[in-house]
Design a protein around this ligand. Sequence first.
Ligand SMILES: NC(=O)c1ccc[n+]([C@@H]2O[C@H](COP(=O)([O-])OP(=O)(O)OC[C@H]3O[C@@H](n4cnc5c(N)ncnc54)[C@H](O)[C@@H]3O)[C@@H](O)[C@H]2O)c1
Length: 314
Amino acid sequence: MNDAPVTAVIGAGLVGSGWALVFARAGHRVRVHDPDAGTMARLLPWLEKSARELEAAGLLADAATVVGRVQPCETLQEALTGAGYVQESVFETVEAKTAASLAIDEALEGDAIVGSSSSGIPASQFTEDCRHRDRFLVAHPVNPPHLIPVVELVPAPWTDPQTMERARALMADIGQVPINLTREIDGFVLNRLQGALLNEAWALYDEGYADLADIDATISHGLGLRWSFMGPFETIDLNAPGGITDYAARLGALYHGIAMDRTQPRPWPAETVARAGEARRAALPETELAERRAWRDAMLTRLAAFKHSNGLGP
Ligand SMILES: NC(=O)c1ccc[n+]([C@@H]2O[C@H](COP(=O)([O-])OP(=O)(O)OC[C@H]3O[C@@H](n4cnc5c(N)ncnc54)[C@H](O)[C@@H]3O)[C@@H](O)[C@H]2O)c1
């Protein structure tokens, strides 16, 4: 008898299909449901191709076995049968998340818990009326989740602490890197950090301090090199002789001054966005966007392999 854990993946678009690979790679039996026939038709070919790429990079022993663990399901009920964990990855609207959560809630078995891939809508906005709302949380991945392991776990006010603990243990067990938030906040941690950087990048570009390519290079050939294996706190801890407190003493005033420059946030200006669009399309025509995304994923795969072989993986 196969006693591998059963996991349901509800919604099999970009992120749901990535999740299916993550759980199958970890040995789970994965039951996937999406009402869109075209999406379901693309699932297995995508899994086969992606699993082979992981195998070629030395990140997976046997691609065919991994893909064999994924079972497409016609109905939500079928997908939830026997599932101890449910990963919901439907459209990012309150309406879609509410409908999916209520339907999952109805069919939930035993003590199963439900993580939503929600990028920014907190669980309190779509799980309030669920009977088992103490077993719902946000489990926000980064795209593609099989190549970028961090997952933000965010409780609604009614999420049981045990649900959080179980989700954290599960994510660590399947090779992801769980990050716990103590309570809801717009954008969670990841997009707040990304937002702070983007807001400043737009402002510098808008004010003409540097062009788009040079601002990008500051990250890809600068800050980003360290960030692929350490965060901003560890970075500054190593960047002053006496560590983080020494760094704060030396440079705290500079950063305070920078923050005081930007006390009146405003929307990204439409004209500036249009100018950035022209610059990006001159550097990369729209017809080449898909190819460049595939290149990005190939680079991420090699980076994951490098981190893995240097003991820097999850
Ligand atoms: N794309 C990203 O970069 C990214 C990153 C992190 C998190 N997310 C989040 O993941 C979720 C899914 O995003 P995506 O990019 O995969 O979108 P997507 O449009 O590629 O896929 C969404 C899928 O959900 C399906 N769906 C809609 N209602 C459903 C229902 N009731 N039951 C089952 N399936 C249903 C749709 O048919 C579609 O295939 C969103 O909450 C999104 O914010 C996306």
